[in-house]
Design a binder for this molecule. Structure first.
Ligand code: MN
Length: 429
């Protein structure tokens, strides 16, 4: 089925600011709370949030097989379960409704009043109920930097790394949308020159610049997803800040891997940009350096050219850009990740979230974490106000932005912006 929603020549009757992340060719999906305190599923064009529940009730999706309440829900999970064909039909129809040439809604003020919201009238929520969260470790730049810092520059990559997309199972309960602040975690660390651990606030709170893809119901227990079909089960992507506590991580991670250093919070951008919308931005990924086992051999352009940036904003201060990276630097693509994840028969369901792992490019200004940018604290990073950071300080806000750009054509993700609060203090009674 053609993706007519991607037509680069289409104009909309809504006003869209120049360089908006959300032109009519994007049509992402999200969940928001309206001015009337109603939760609904919606999309966004320019700076308008569009209530898909209201559009559906007013029969604008006539002819598309959708249950009556599909958009009147507080998560996208059921809509995502409907599958790729339905996502395409709905995106194509939304493009048609808001096409500059289509007067139906444009000329109906009553309908416009209940369908359109300003961004200041809504509050974005988590777009899905995350069933399971898996975090990969798929950027060669990042894995090499971390291996160099903590082990051996000569053997920075462990022997398995070039043969499989390494990952671990994370925790879905602490995934929050942009705008929700996060507390500095406490835990066990072991000070240098000591054999005994101490307990207290992490002194090395870090961000990880990642993207995450969201799946639909893909397979049954025991049934692997062939690599050639993997993309059929990917609904879309969000920006993903995978908060990490490096000092807790160093002490706890042997032998079972990340635990409390990684599961206190991960922050996501609230609009899911569909894989369909990203079609024009496909690109070749890095060539495999080792011959891959057949189940991991992917064909065609399976990487995506998505520019990524990280900014740090001190309290009441201005933003400093810390990093500029790109999703295309991923050594392992999403198809390989999903094929590997399910090759043993592990089921994947609607709303599962798969983090890419920190996306570090080849140059120091493209590193995706403070650990790498400050080289484990040895080279502090200078901010615009003259202050320095080795890691993230209390009341700093970390902002990640991402977009795809062609001439006069941009598909963006908006941002994920999160303030780091001091350690949690129980309310005094
Ligand atoms: Mn991570």
């Amino acid at each position: 089925m053609p993706i007519t929603a991607n037509d680069p020549g289409r104009k909309t009757w809504l006003e869209v600011p120049a360089n908006s992340d959300f032109p009519i060719q994007n049509i992402p999906f999200g969940v928001f709370l309206t001015r009337d305190d109603v939760i609904t599923i919606g999309t966004r064009i320019g700076d308008f949030a569009i209530d898909l529940g209201a559009l559906h009730q007013l029969d604008y999706f006539d002819g598309i097989p959708l249950t009556d309440d599909i958009f009147l829900q507080d998560t996208l999970n059921d809509f995502i379960s409907d599958g790729k064909k339905t996502w395409r039909l709905v995106r194509n129809r939304i493009a048609d409704i808001f096409d500059a040439e289509n007067p139906k809604l444009r000329e109906n003020e009553e309908h416009r009043k209940v369908i359109l919201f300003g961004l200041d009238e809504i509050e974005m929520q988590m777009p899905v109920q995350v069933g399971d969260y898996t975090d990969f470790y798929s950027s060669k730049g990042h894995a090499t930097n971390v291996g160099t810092m903590f082990r051996d520059p000569e053997n920075a990559l462990l022997p398995n790394w070039l043969h499989m997309p390494v990952g671990y199972h994370g925790r879905s309960s602490s995934i929050v949308p942009s705008g929700i602040p996060v507390n500095r975690p406490q835990g066990q660390t072991r000070p240098k020159d000591s054999d005994e651990p101490v307990f207290g606030p992490s002194k090395r709170v870090d961000f990880e610049l990642e993207m995450a893809f969201i799946t639909t119901d893909a397979n049954h227990l025991g049934e692997p997803i062939p690599i050639a079909e993997a993309e059929d089960y990917i609904f879309g992507l969000v920006l993903f800040n995978d908060w990490s506590a490096r000092d807790i991580q160093t002490w706890e991670y042997v032998p079972l891997g990340p635990f409390l250093a990684k599961n206190f919070a991960s922050s996501v951008s609230p609009w899911i940009v569909t894989l369909d919308a990203l079609e024009p931005f496909r690109t070749e990924g890095p060539k495999p350096e080792k011959k891959l086992l057949p189940y991991l051999q992917s064909k065609g352009k399976k990487s995506f050219d998505i520019e990524l940036e990280v900014f740090l904003q001190p309290e009441n201060g201005e933003e400093t850009r810390l990093s500029k990276s790109n999703f295309k630097y991923m050594y392992w693509n999403m198809s390989q990740q999903l094929a590997h994840h399910t090759v043993n028969g592990c089921p994947v369901i609607s709303g599962d979230m798969m983090g890419s792992g920190t996306i570090s490019g080849p140059t120091p200004d493209s590193y995706g974490s403070m650990l790498e940018l400050s080289w484990k604290g040895e080279r502090p990073v200078k901010l615009k106000d003259g202050s320095e950071r080795k890691f993230i300080e209390d009341n700093d806000t970390v902002i990640m932005r991402g977009f795809c750009q062609k001439k006069n054509y941009r598909i963006g993700f908006g941002e994920v912006s999160t303030k780091l609060l001091p350690v949690f203090e129980p309310k005094k009674k």
